[in-house]
Each structure stands twice: as structure tokens, then as C-alpha cells.
Design a protein around this ligand. Structure first.
Ligand SMILES: Nc1nc2cc(Br)ccc2s1
Length: 239
């Protein structure tokens, strides 16, 4: 998979050279290219933002630099991801779906976001997903890009040493993961649940599923209603 990231703070993406993404790059599973949006500005001040039409606080990112950049960085067939608090939620299902793409391009907004015409323009010929990584507001899309890349890259075949661990993670089956324990069997007076020491694999599996169900009901009742999920096909629809 190739990933291109466009940002006015390209150094923010430096962590992509470390740990898992770094290993994936070394293995040729992930090919990451980071670009500075200001390289596509044409004025001496390298301007990327302006005041919003209709008034209001803050600044909006101008469409021209983004158009020049994406015309060069976003080829036919690539998927454009635009992190934004007003996007569709990033879920494990969406990450799994994005992991099937050959080429992702991530446009990192700043200020009050990117002029909407950029997503609309490229939406005519490309898959464009405006994606939220959570119900909170950051100062820019760079941190969200790191989250997106890690969530997707770790699902690439060959990326994780033990692919089996991927099937038991939180959200993989619409449930939160069961609690984990390791040695010692007793720590500060706290014992590991005895079923885990029993060697009875059927009982262990049943206990773990029960723990996942209980934990999900307690912490994420919203996950208990999959009817509220949105299909990937429905995500790209501009509302
Ligand atoms: N949660 C998020 N906040 C933001 C803010 C900006 Br500005 C750009 C992208 C995102 S994603």
C-alpha cells in the first residue's frame, strides 16, 4: 500500500518512520510519502488560508493550493481521506475496508478546515471519505492521519507478526476485548481468574466471551445496537 500525506506541518508525520509503520516500510508493505502543502503555493508568503465566506471566527484553507497539490499527488483510483471532526466515524470495519486499497492520500487540514469544494471536486472522480477519529476537535488533521495510518497499516497482510491476535481485538467482532492477565498468578493480593489457569479451553473461551459481552454492555452500549452501523458504501455519500 502507498500512502501520501499532504500537510503544512510535514514534520508532524515523522513518527511514521518508527515502530510498526517503520517496520512495515522496511518490509515493503507500506510506502509512505509526506508532502508540504506550501510547496504548491504561488505567492511570496506561501499563503494557504483565508477568511471564511459568510463570516465567523477562524480561517479556512484555500482550495487553490490543495487543487495544485492533489492534482499531482492523487492519481486515478486512489482514495482521498480527509480527517475532520465532521466526518464519518473511523471504525475497525472501516479500517479493514481501507486496508484493501492500493493507494490512500490523506489531506491534513488546519484552522477551521479545508474549503469544502476540494472534497467535492475530487469526489467526482475519486473515492473521497471525510473521516472523524472521535468526537473531539484537534488543531489539525496530522494526528488523525497518524491514527488512520496505524489503524489501517496494522491490518495489512504480513504487517503484524501474529495475525491471530487481530481476530481477538476489541471491535473485531463488535465487542470489546476481554481482560488480559499474565504471570505472576498473584500480584499484590490479586489473583488471576482461576478459569484461566484451569487448562479447560472451552471454559476459558466461554469466560472470555462473557467478559467481552459484559464489558461491552457496561462501557459501550452503543455497540450493542449494530443496526446503527453505516455501510462503507453509504459512507461516501455527500450529505
Ligand atoms: N478530530 C479532529 N479534529 C480536527 C481538526 C482539524 Br483543523 C482537522 C482535522 C481534524 S480531525
Amino acid at each position: 500500500m502507498r500512502v501520501d500525506v499532504v500537510s503544512i506541518f510535514p514534520d508532524y508525520l515523522a513518527p511514521l518512520g518508527l515502530s510498526l509503520p517503520g517496520r512495515a516500510r522496511d518490509r515493503g508493505l507500506l510506502d509512505v510519502h509526506v508532502h508540504d502543502l506550501r510547496d504548491w503555493t504561488r505567492d511570496r508568503h506561501r499563503t494557504v488560508d483565508d477568511t471564511p465566506y459568510g463570516g465567523g471566527a477562524g480561517m479556512v484553507m484555500k482550495p487553490e493550493p490543495w487543487g495544485e497539490a492533489l492534482d499531482e499527488v492523487l492519481p486515478a483510483g486512489a482514495t482521498l481521506l480527509v480527517p475532520t471532526p465532521s466526518g464519518v466515524p473511523l471504525t475497525q470495519a472501516l479500517a479493514r475496508d481501507l486496508a484493501t486499497r492500493d493507494h490512500l492520500v490523506i489531506a491534513c487540514g488546519r484552522y477551521e478546515g479545508i474549503d469544502q469544494r476540494v472534497a467535492d471536486h475530487y469526489g467526482a472522480d475519486h473515492e473521497v471519505l471525510e473521516v472523524s477519529i472521535g468526537d473531539y476537535v484537534l488543531n489539525g488533521g496530522e494526528v488523525a492521519a497518524l491514527v488512520l495510518i496505524e489503524a489501517v497499516a496494522r491490518l495489512l497482510p504480513g504487517f503484524m507478526g501474529n495475525a491471530e491476535s487481530l481476530t481477538e481485538e476489541s471491535h473485531e467482532a463488535g465487542l470489546l476485548e476481554y481482560p488480559g492477565y499474565t504471570k505472576p498468578a498473584t500480584w499484590r493480593g490479586l489473583d488471576v481468574p482461576s478459569v484461566l489457569l484451569s487448562g479447560d479451553h472451552a471454559a476459558i473461551a466461554a469466560w472470555r466471551h462473557d467478559q467481552s459481552v459484559r464489558r461491552t454492555a457496561a462501557r459501550r452500549p452503543d455497540l450493542a445496537h449494530p443496526s446503527r452501523a453505516v455501510s462503507v458504501e453509504g459512507l461516501a455519500a455527500h450529505v
